[in-house]
Ligand binder design. Structure first.
Ligand code: TYD
Length: 230
């Protein structure tokens, strides 16, 4: 796999969408090929599942079934969008991925063993190269999400109790602490400009490390691996 896979995670109102757009624009301005996508969704099949899940229609089926639906959407998304883009040497920026299932469905009552099995079945070896966690306290995040939503109704997960949102924040931070190589935790309470600058700096540094690593492995291996974004 020659591309570079970056996922964005965080609670409601953490600004992932804005930051993904900003990072994509700055990478494209450098001539790099970038695919942006999101979960649940990213393909027609996954978008249909997105509607079923976020409308709350699947809630009555219980947390395990919801986890399975997220996994079905993810499998389609990985197979038809993410893996082909990475194989084509692109940088993929994805709004939420498997860490959201660990946090949301994990706290929602799904067994860790089920989540692990689903993770293996849907993403296999395709773990993100970098995961950017936009960390924000539940109160500020929910206020921002409400402002963005305007008069629209909160979705199945947004509308839950604030203590659950605070638990989700802690769960994200604990996954990040367990995988410090993959995670970059960013303080998302600052201005969008400051956050975008920090993310750009970090990502450029990681891309440069990857470029040096690939160059060190020799040209024959790089040619065999296919096109690279770097
Ligand atoms: P979305 O409208 O994309 O919101 P956000 O801007 O917060 O990403 O809604 C996605 C919701 O689905 C969000 O509340 C988190 C939840 N979710 C899960 O519960 N499990 C998952 O695996 C994923 C990808 C999302």
């Amino acid at each position: 796999m020659t591309g570079f896979f970056i996922t964005f995670e965080g609670g409601e109102g953490s600004g992932k969408t804005t930051q993904i757009a900003r990072l994509a624009a700055s990478l494209r301005a450098r001539g790099l090929k970038v695919t942006t996508t999101r979960e649940p969704g990213g393909t027609p099949g996954a978008d249909a599942l997105r509607h079923v899940i976020l409308s709350g229609a699947a809630k009555a089926l219980g947390p395990d079934m919801e986890a399975i639906l997220f996994a079905a959407a993810r499998a389609d998304h990985v197979d038809t969008v993410i893996r082909p883009a990475l194989e084509g040497g692109q940088i993929v920026l994805c709004d939420r991925f498997h860490d959201s299932t660990r946090v949301y469905q994990g706290l929602g009552g799904s067994e860790t063993a089920l989540i692990e099995v689903l993770e293996a079945a849907t993403i296999g070896e395709l773990y993100p190269d970098v995961t950017i966690l936009l960390d924000i306290d539940a109160e500020t995040g929910l206020a921002r999400a409400a402002e963005r939503r305007g008069t629209a109704v909160a979705d199945r997960f947004e509308g839950e109790d604030i203590t659950l949102h605070a638990d989700r924040r802690r769960a994200f931070l604990s996954i990040a602490a367990a995988e410090p190589e993959r995670f970059i935790v960013v303080d998302a309470t600052r201005s969008a400009d400051e956050i975008a600058r920090e993310i750009r700096f970090i990502v450029e540094d990681r891309l440069e490390s990857r470029r040096l690593e690939t160059a060190g492995r020799g040209t024959a291996a790089s040619v065999a691996a296919g096109p690279s974004p770097l």
